[in-house]
Write a new protein. Structure first.
Lengths: 87, 149
């Protein structure tokens, strides 16, 4: 069987100054390199989603980070949390 | 809104308060945000228990399907931002919880009492919660409900 040589694909993307600065901080905090962070996706929306991970500096940055939908104030009681029933 | 959170006390925070803060759709979100803003600006030291942290993660994951990775990430961010300290139970916590359960019999579930005693064994007698009844049984505990004016 003929061995097929894997071709390396190189993609060049341009990061704006702010994104580059953010990725530098992000990788310093969470490990890896900037290339690692980008390699998992070259989609710019990925970088956009990474921006959401930046460290909050005020309560406003962290308040409401999840949208749990309508009726979400109806939280389970402790009895329900520790039972094996679906909450 | 005027808060009665005195700096001289150690304040414990219950599970529900964290969920309301993180939840954009909660009708309590604004008030909770203001409360934490006040805590941060006035450098009030706040605490929670290990069990409360696990409950927040459990509720977000199992009830609302938020991946654990995101729950942990955002909760850690919050804890770092406000200098939240997590207190742990010890042998006295377990012993006091057992004594209380023995006295009360079947009437109460043990987790409310265990959390109350975890706070108490760490010298925390003031608790911020929306569920006053969870801690009402213990007369040494002062409860502050930020949603009741």
């Amino acid at each position: 069987m003929k061995k097929v040589k894997k071709e390396k694909v190189r993609t060049t993307i341009t990061l704006d100054k702010e994104t580059h600065k953010f990725l530098k901080t992000y990788t310093a905090l969470y490990g890896g390199t900037i290339s690692d962070a980008i390699a998992s996706s070259i989609d710019q929306s990925f970088i956009g989603s990474l921006k959401k991970l930046k460290k909050p500096t005020s309560i406003k940055d962290i308040s409401g980070v999840f949208d749990l939908g309508p009726d979400s104030d109806n939280l389970p009681t402790r009895n329900e949390i520790y039972s094996r029933k679906k909450i | 809104m005027k808060y009665i959170l005195e700096k001289k006390y150690k304040w414990g925070i219950d599970t529900n308060i964290f969920v309301y803060l993180l939840n954009k759709s909660s009708k309590f979100n604004n008030k909770t945000e203001n409360l934490f803003d006040y805590i941060q600006k006035n450098k009030i030291q706040i605490y929670t228990t290990d069990l409360c942290v696990l409950e927040v993660l459990h509720i977000l994951r199992l009830k609302f399907d938020i991946p654990y990775k995101d729950c942990i990430h955002q909760f850690s961010n919050l804890a770092n931002l406000i200098g939240l300290q997590i207190v742990m139970p010890n042998f006295i916590t377990l012993s006091n919880t057992s004594k209380t359960l023995y006295k009360l019999g079947k009437k109460r579930i043990c987790y409310d009492i265990y959390i109350t005693n975890t706070f108490k064994t760490n010298d925390i007698n003031h608790i911020i919660t929306a569920n006053e009844k969870d801690f009402k049984l213990d007369e040494e505990i002062a409860i502050y409900n930020p949603f009741v004016s």
